[in-house]
Write a new protein. Structure first.
Length: 121
């Protein structure tokens, strides 16, 4: 997220998140409404929190914006990248011993990256 703090993200409404995501992606209301097969006035009402979409429409919006429905609806503060989810799912299909090795390796790499980042400041 650009200039939005974690506190702001946690308190954003559905409409605020939708508006923020749409603007981040530089998509007009008209363009997004066309992608979703909605009238732009309906999308505007969602963004102003004057109406709530059905679960099916909300899922279409989340997919079009490239985020999870949980993120869009405010149930989680950050959205997990789809590629990361796919990698985790592929690891889960491995034997426990290999999962443990991969997890320890990832932990070490993350720790090293954080250390490098901390010393570069």
């Amino acid at each position: 997220m650009n200039a939005i703090t974690t506190i702001q993200v946690l308190t954003m409404t559905f409409g605020e998140r939708l508006t923020d995501l749409r603007k981040q992606k530089k998509i007009s209301q008209t363009e997004l409404a066309q992608q979703l097969d909605l009238h732009k006035n309906v999308l505007g009402r969602y963004e102003r929190d004057q109406a709530k979409p059905s679960i099916d429409v909300a899922a279409k919006i989340a997919k079009a914006m490239g985020v999870s429905l949980d993120y869009l609806s405010g149930n989680v503060e950050a959205d997990i990248d789809e590629e990361v989810v796919k990698r985790v799912q592929s690891i889960q299909g491995l034997p426990d011993s290999e999962q443990d090795l991969i997890t320890r390796t990832i932990d070490a790499l993350v720790r090293d990256a954080r250390t490098r980042h901390a010393y570069s400041l």
